[in-house]
Structures are given as structure tokens and as C-alpha cells.
Design a protein around this ligand. Structure first.
Ligand code: ADP
Ligand code: ASP
Ligand code: MG
Length: 406
């Protein structure tokens, strides 16, 4: 009898009928004799609605209280799914992140799982229960509730699969797998049969929200194959795993996009040792992740410095930078929250010239202006106007012929 960890996303759990559908799927798995742990997300747009409510109360909600508020969305789902299973005469128990033993660090709103105490889940499984766990949340050593970042229920599922030594983790969502680009933007995008952890991690980190980046990272670390498939349509899905065959011809595996990008530019920054550290150290201390950083060549010992952060961190980052402006002595700070990122990703691009130029040509032909460019060994990213992102994704999908079966 194998242990299977499944996760159902919010889009699969919007209405009562969806809970009944998921309960029937889970019950069928149990009837096959498996031990089953199910991780659930908040229903539909619940997390956004709760966030909106908090912002109506105050523009800068306290992080600890916000995490407690947002964690309730997943608790609603896990109670409802347990009820739906009991209505089918199945033994089921719902557990919050705390009850399920999900331990995290203290970084509210983007906490990382530091460990899983599996005792309660194991006891419930031994009693023959189907265990339903509220995703996206954990608890610190001080017993404060934390959340894992948007989309974080995927990570709860992979962490549980790793700790409970499940053979694999199944992520059920509203699309039939991982595609060459977001199928909502590129209708002709192709489902990938499989994809390596590194490529999935890069796609997810750069915006492909079909899987949370930390879930891909934990899959890689603990070698847990992750199946991404549809809640509603039977099909093979996409297996995220190691040992995936390289595609011979086209070395771009997929295109990711992200509209959650804000840019901060500091003009007239004195060019002397220690300035970058003076700016980026307090940002790190404030737990703000900085992505792209570009420093212009200096003219008469004065330079411009630009970096990007998530939109949700813009106000906090501006406060930090404004404070430093006086100490470091730069002339002007500008913020722009209307940008987006498009990235091409593929491990096969390494050491092969021509990908960047092809990307820039495709964007230019589509009339998309590039603000900033960053690269890694397996990725090229362009920061462009947010409104142009869908156009850019479609242009790149076509230029790299990703709709063609490889
Ligand atoms: P869930 O609620 O199940 O967690 P998400 O909305 O977080 O679902 O993720 C699924 C969505 O991810 C899809 O509806 C799709 O629009 C989007 N997506 C973005 N990039 C991709 C991609 N490369 N392949 C598949 N889906 C993608
Ligand atoms: N409910 C959370 C979100 O909307 C977590 C998740 O769905 O995985 O981001
Ligand atoms: Mg998700």
C-alpha cells in the first residue's frame, strides 16, 4: 500500500460541487488501498479577497496579523473537503499547518519550511484516516502562524511528500500540465510530457505559476517526482523529475512571464566602494528580495543604479532607499510599478550562441521595447512594459517554434 500526497489548487475548489468532485477522486484512491494525504489551497479568489479586506483596513497591514488572516482561506477548504469525504462515508480528518507539524522560519508572507514534524499525520494515517492538510501555512518556533508566499500550497505538498517518504507528489490544477508558455496567453502552447527540476525551478521563479518555485526546489533536493495534471480532465499531465531527455533541436523549453515587477532607479549615485553594500544590505535586512540589478558606467564618479523587486515590496523598498538617499547622497529616486518580465528558459541553451539575439530580434519585430536584460546559464530575461507582456510572450513562442512537437 503506497502513500500518495495530492494537492488541489484554489481554482479546483471554487464551489461546493468542486469539493464533491475532489472528494470522489480522493475516495477512489483510498478504495484502491492507498494511504492518502491531501493538501488544499484556499477556494477560488479567497486569498485575494482577504488581502483586499486587510488593505481596506490599513494600507500597510501588520505582517503577523496578515499571515493569520490569509491562512484561514486554506483552513476553510480543508474542513469542507473533510466534510465532503465524510459525506461519502470515508474516514477523514482536517489539519491546519500547525496541527500537521509544518515548521517554518519567521519570514512572514514568504516563510520557508524548516522542518515537518510528521507525528500527528502518521498517527492519523495509522488509524485509517484520509488526512487533509491546509496548504500555504506553517508555524514558527514561537507558535506564530506564517504563510509561504503566493502559490505556496504546492510547497506544502512536496515537503510532506519528502518527509513522509511518498513515492511522488501529485499537483492537480486547472490546466493539464506544464506548457511551453501560459496556455491562457498562448492558446497553441504545448503540454510538456516531462521537464527537469532545474528548468521547472527557473520557469517557476520567473513567473510560471503552475508550480511554486520552492516546490520545484524541494523536488530537486529530495528527488520527489512531481506530477502536474488537471483536476477536471483525465490525462497524463507533466512529470517534473530528473533525467529528462534534452530536446535535440530547440533548446528553449518554455517561456515564463511575470507581471509582478517594480523598478527602482537611483540617479546621481556617488561611485565609490561600499555604496552598493550600503543600499542592498538594509534591503536584505528588511527581507526584500532584489532581482535584477543594473549599474551604469560612471561619468565623473557619478552613476545610476537600477534594481527590481516584487510590486508588493515596492513601498517597503522605497522607504529603505529614501532613508539611504540622505546618507549616501544621491540625487533622485524613481519608482515604476508598470513593468513585466518575459524569460526564455532551457538548459540546452548553455554554451550555444544565438539565443539572446533571436530573442531581442523577436521582441523588436513585435514592437516591444526592452528596459533591462538579465541572464543565467539557462535563462534570458527581458524587463518590458507590463501591457506588452502578452504580445512579447506570443512573439517569443512563435520565434522559437515551441508549438511544434519536438
Ligand atoms: P492552482 O490554483 O491550482 O494552484 P494556479 O493558478 O496557481 O493554480 O496555477 C495554474 C495556472 O498557471 C494556469 O491556470 C495557467 O494560467 C498558469 N500558468 C502559467 N504558466 C504556465 C505554464 N507554463 N503551464 C501551465 N500553466 C501555466
Ligand atoms: N491560497 C494561496 C494563494 O492564493 C496559496 C496557494 O494557492 O497555493 O496564493
Ligand atoms: Mg498555484
Amino acid at each position: 500500500m503506497a502513500l500518495i500526497v495530492q494537492k488541489y489548487g484554489g481554482t479546483s475548489l471554487a464551489h461546493a460541487d468542486n469539493f464533491k468532485h475532489v472528494a470522489r477522486r480522493v475516495a477512489a484512491l483510498r478504495d484502491q488501498g492507498h494511504d492518502v494525504v491531501v493538501v488544499v489551497s484556499a477556494r477560488g479568489d479567497t486569498t485575494d479577497e482577504l488581502l483586499g479586506l486587510a488593505l481596506e483596513i490599513t494600507p500597510e497591514p501588520d505582517e503577523r496579523e496578515l499571515d493569520l488572516l490569509l491562512s484561514t482561506g486554506e483552513m476553510v477548504s480543508c474542513a469542507l473537503l473533510a466534510m465532503a469525504l465524510k459525506a461519502l462515508s470515508k474516514e477523514a480528518v482536517s489539519l491546519t499547518g500547525l496541527q500537521a507539524g509544518i515548521l517554518t522560519d519567521k519570514a512572514h508572507s514568504k516563510a520557508r519550511i524548516t522542518g515537518v514534524d510528521p507525528g500527528r499525520i502518521q498517527r492519523e494515517l495509522k488509524r485509517g484516516q484520509i488526512v487533509i492538510v491546509a496548504g500555504f501555512q506553517g508555524v514558527t518556533t514561537d507558535m506564530d502562524v506564517t504563510t509561504l508566499g503566493r502559490g505556496g500550497s504546492d510547497t506544502t505538498a512536496v515537503a510532506l511528500a519528502a518527509r513522509l517518504k511518498a513515492g511522488r507528489c501529485e499537483i492537480y490544477t486547472d490546466v493539464e500540465g506544464v506548457y511551453t508558455a501560459d496556455p491562457r496567453i498562448v492558446p497553441e502552447a504545448r503540454r510538456l510530457q516531462d521537464i527537469g527540476y532545474e528548468e521547472m525551478l527557473e520557469l517557476a521563479t520567473y513567473g510560471a505559476k503552475v508550480l511554486h518555485p520552492r516546490a520545484a526546489e524541494l523536488g530537486l533536493l529530495y528527488d520527489i517526482p512531481i506530477l502536474v495534471a488537471s483536476t477536471f480532465v483525465e490525462g497524463p499531465g507533466t512529470l517534473v523529475c530528473k533525467g529528462v531527455t534534452m530536446e535535440a533541436e530547440n533548446k528553449v523549453r518554455g517561456i515564463a512571464h511575470d507581471l509582478d515587477v517594480a523598478k527602482i532607479t537611483m540617479r546621481g549615485v556617488p561611485d565609490r566602494p561600499g555604496i552598493a553594500a550600503a543600499i542592498f544590505e538594509p534591503l536584505a535586512q528588511a527581507n526584500i528580495s532584489v532581482d535584477t540589478i543594473v549599474q551604469n558606467a560612471s561619468l565623473e564618479n557619478v552613476t545610476d543604479l537600477t534594481f527590481t523587486v516584487a510590486k508588493g515590496d515596492l513601498t517597503k523598498a522605497m522607504k529603505v532607499v529614501d532613508k539611504r538617499a540622505k546618507q549616501v547622497g544621491f540625487k533622485q529616486v524613481l519608482a515604476d510599478g508598470t513593468l513585466g518580465k518575459v524569460s526564455i528558459v532551457g538548459t540546452g541553451m548553455q554554451h550555444t550562441p544565438g539565443y539572446a539575439s533571436k530573442m531581442f530580434r523577436a521582441l523588436s519585430d513585435a514592437g516591444v521595447n526592452i528596459h533591462l536584460i538579465t541572464t543565467s546559464e539557462v535563462r534570458i530575461t527581458c524587463i518590458v512594459d507590463g501591457a506588452k507582456v502578452p504580445l512579447a510572450v506570443r512573439a517569443l513562442h512563435e520565434a522559437f517554434e515551441l508549438a511544434k512537437p519536438q
